[in-house]
Design a protein around this ligand. Sequence first.
Ligand code: F6P
Length: 547
Amino acid sequence: MALNTTNPTETPSWKKLQKHFDEMQNASMLEMFQTDAARTEKFNLKWNDFLIDYSKNIINKDTMALLLELANEMGLEKAIANYFEGDVINQTENRAVLHTALRAKESDVVKVDGVNVVPEIYDVRSKVKAFTDQVVSGERKGYGGKAFTDIVNIGIGGSDLGPAMVVEALQYYSNHLNVHFVSNVDGDHVNEIIKKLNPETTLFVIVSKTFTTQETLTNSETIKKWFLKSASQEDVAKHFVAVSTNMQKVTEFGINPENVFPMWDWVGGRFSLWSAVGLTISLAVGFDNFDNLLGGANEMDDHFKTADFDKNMPVVLALLSVWYNNFFGAESEALIPYTQYLQKLAPYLQQGTMESNGKSVGRDGKPVNYQTGTIIWGEPGTNAQHAFFQLIHQGTKLIPSDFIGYVKPLYGDVDHHDKLMSNFFAQTEALMHGKTAGQVQAEFDKQGLAADKAEFLLPFKVFNGNKPTNTILIEKLTPKSLGSLIALYEHKIFVQGVIWNIFSFDQWGVELGKQLANSILEEINTEKVKNHDTSTEFLLKYYLKNK
Ligand code: F6P
């Protein structure tokens, strides 16, 4: 069953939210804390080893009630059922959206066109496990009879960002294999990687759902050419494996069909790390850790499917995001993990969020008359504090931020961790409290600053505060908790898409650039610049003359 096509702005709750916003837009969080001692109790969620405190938001109980009403009026409950049951909710591509099936339990039944897909998912998982065990143990060898030491993941977008983010995040759990990622069609990227490698001990994992992506095919051919300088054509089958739905193209490349890990068209690229696209993750940290990652995601799936909406972490985060995006006019959201391990979380979720919800046509085929996808950006704290926090604190834009932190560090270095976490807590407090003119003046008085200097400096030192944050505090960074965290954001994206009445699982917007690049490449190759606007023609001619 398809998702409904209601324009959210025409629901009664949206209209009530608009009115409610008029009352709330200047509300002070601090005052709300002062008048309600139980505020934190009301606005926090606990689940497994996750705690989300969302009390530092410009909301009251009416806000949440109205946002929940909106979720109900947009048919969220039914939409969640459609999503998990494999209905064709990606209508523009005529596909189900079933990355959740990839982490389902073996006993679960998930049907696509009447066929339970869980057994084939588990077959591929067994293949990933067997392959991982052989490579990690050294049983599987390269052409020279030596065990593999290096793995290169060749892919782009969803075939790169997910594995790259998770391998980085779980490096504490990694084994002896050195893992590299080649994604950009920029030849300098692949050449920088190649120069570190020994072909005899390197395994290449080509990840491309379609096996037609220009970047991935170009990089794969370049690497194969380099490889063939020291090895024979038959050795390609030993050193190159592929993850794809396109058997024909993969075989044409020279990959042994036994070394092809299938995936399915009901898995979107940006949600595919749970499939064999995660092979590089499994190789880097071992299959059991990969399996735990999937287990953590599956637990979040259960939470999302079963928890009441007011206790449901993805739903609450999505509704808060809608509140700021559509009523406060916030354009972006910052993601600040207080762990260096999650340094690639923001780029990963940029694709997840922006490729999914960067849409301007509703499910009814009409242009939307409201804002959709938020811009996602961020960097780990405390680095971020020394880079862009100034703008969040004192700039002119409202930037709701998620702070993600862990109670326990992995190496047990309490001194570092307490310092890290004191910054984590201090920042959300500072963002909400700000600093009043009275507080600044009191500081000046204490320092004995001359009155004329104090008068000049005062306005620059005032922080307005009242900046919203969510605090996501997790026990420890483990494969399982990481799986839950990623799934949390995946479901947040889904809920937002349902509310914004858009198709979150296609990405037609990236096609135009790809088509134009192909025809421009032809012009560059033939040195015949065809009809373009004068700017593009001028640039192309300059390039051809000077290259
Ligand atoms: O950028 C568009 C896109 O289709 C992504 O959605 C996808 O993750 C990426 O290209 C790579 O595609 P493929 O896995 O088919 O090479």
